[in-house]
Design a protein around this ligand. Structure first.
Ligand code: URA
Length: 433
């Protein structure tokens, strides 16, 4: 078999066989196929796509390129949750402890943020002392004993994706539906859960800008899950504006904790209940989503979710006092307000622009190696549909110095549009097998 012929076949829109996909991906992971040939291939996929069968084979070969976590020693059905990424998405910090408090073991591996989207590991890093780099045995022990662990990747999972993603990132081929679906699902499958709940984001702050694209991505991932006998359900949710009212790591921890205390913003609470209820139903802990929501609402009300988060933080070496006394979390030196210059309704709050403004304040990284300021970010005082008057506060910018704060403020002002508010449901729909 020749690499040239496989590339040409995909370029011409034909379906690749399992052997051809194996040959290509294994050869690339082993270093036998150079970046320039793989780049040509990913660009061919970008334009020609892949069939469901090719995508499933591609995912399987990626999955087999490294370690796979074995959760079989942990009793019960293990359910994982994954979001395709957005701005202000702190759902894992709420959903994981709530579901664990309901008695479902949660063994969660999360990532760091890149670009305008945040990552759960960065949010956790804002809690003083908390360790996210656990050895595989330690990770499994904690899930067995506490019922919950949220950590960085442990073990050498899907090295083929690591290499391929880095290549896609510099060859303008990240935004290909089958490549995103196989990249995400190979990592989810390698993490060992029996069932997977996906939150596919749609809108200005998401990979997928239209509902049609988001549902297609959701279906591709659900199909991959089914082909590997791991039941997968996806919901498609709004990321046209940020989720909740905070963007930035320490600020998002506070908002997540407030949500666990019953004081969170309505959109965040609602999405967490939807995701968590599906996890409970998938694990057989609730007869259906309605019952799942009732169970989780009670765990919010009686403080069990917060208690579980405290337990996890303590076990991972963090100072759980910071979940009560927010002064123990990183705090910005400079906080400046952004005021409205217009009377009227906010018709649109552009999530990507808010994310980029938060990055300019110091909350995000443009390259993997960049350091971030855990205290930096944005607190939104007004969102889509709100009526504001001239001089009313739209947001607060938290930064390490005046220069960063001023730059972020100018960028953030561009995220607000005034006019007739558009109707956007928080949850656009569900995709199941
Ligand atoms: N997240 C991933 O893990 N992979 C992609 O390709 C896109 C988003």
């Amino acid at each position: 078999m020749r690499v040239y012929d496989v590339i040409a076949k995909k370029r011409d829109g034909a379906e690749l066989s399992q052997e051809e996909i194996q040959f290509l991906l294994n050869g690339y992971a082993a270093g036998d196929i150079p970046d320039y040939q793989m780049s040509a291939f990913t660009m061919a996929v970008f334009f020609q796509g892949m069939t469901a069968r090719e995508t499933a084979h591609f995912t399987q070969v990626m999955l087999q390129s490294g370690d796979q976590i074995d959760l079989s020693d942990i009793p019960g059905v293990k359910v994982d949750k994954h979001s395709t990424g957005g701005v202000g998405d702190k759902t894992t910090l709420v959903v994981a402890p709530l579901v664990a408090a309901a008695g479902i073991p949660v063994a969660k591996m999360s990532g760091r943020g890149l670009g305008h989207t945040g990552g759960t590991l960065d949010k956790l890093a804002a809690i003083p002392g908390l360790q996210v780099d656990l050895a595989p045995e330690q990770f499994l022990r904690q899930v067995r004993e506490v019922g919950l662990a949220v950590v960085g990747q442990t073990g050498n999972l899907v090295p083929a994706d690591k290499k391929l993603y880095a290549l896609r990132d510099v060859t303008a081929t990240v935004n290909s539906l089958p490549l995103i679906a196989s990249s995400i699902m190979s990592k989810k499958l390698a993490s060992g859960a029996d069932k997977i709940i996906l939150d596919v984001k749609v809108g200005s702050g998401a990979f997928m800008k239209t509902a049609e694209e988001a549902f297609a991505l959701a279906k591709a991932m659900v199909d991959i899950g089914s082909s590997m006998k791991r039941e997968t359900t996806a919901l498609v949710s709004d990321m046209d504006q940020p989720l909740g009212k905070t963007v930035g790591n320490a600020l998002e921890v506070v908002e997540a904790v407030e949500t666990l205390k019953g004081h969170g913003p309505e959109d965040l609470r609602q999405l967490c209940l939807e995701l968590g209820a599906r996890m409970l139903a998938a694990a057989g802990k609730a007869a259906d989503e309605h019952r799942g929501k009732e169970i989780l609402t009670e765990l919010l009300r009686n403080g069990s979710g917060l208690k579980k988060l405290r337990e996890m933080v303590t076990t991972q070496g963090g100072n759980a006092e910071a979940l009560e006394n927010y002064n123990l979390l990183p705090r910005a030196q400079v906080i400046i307000p952004l005021y409205s210059k217009t009377n009227g309704y906010i018709s649109h709050l552009h999530a990507e622009k808010v994310g980029l403004a938060a990055m300019a304040a110091g909350a995000g990284r443009s390259r993997k190696e960049d350091e971030i300021d855990l205290a930096a970010g944005i607190v939104l005082k007004a969102k889509r549909g709100d009526k504001v008057a001239v001089g009313e506060q739209l947001a607060e910018i938290h930064a390490a110095d005046e220069r960063r704060a001023a730059q972020a403020t100018d960028m953030l002002a561009e995220a607000f549009t005034y006019g007739q508010p558009e109707k956007h449901p928080l949850i656009l729909g569900f995709v199941t097998d």
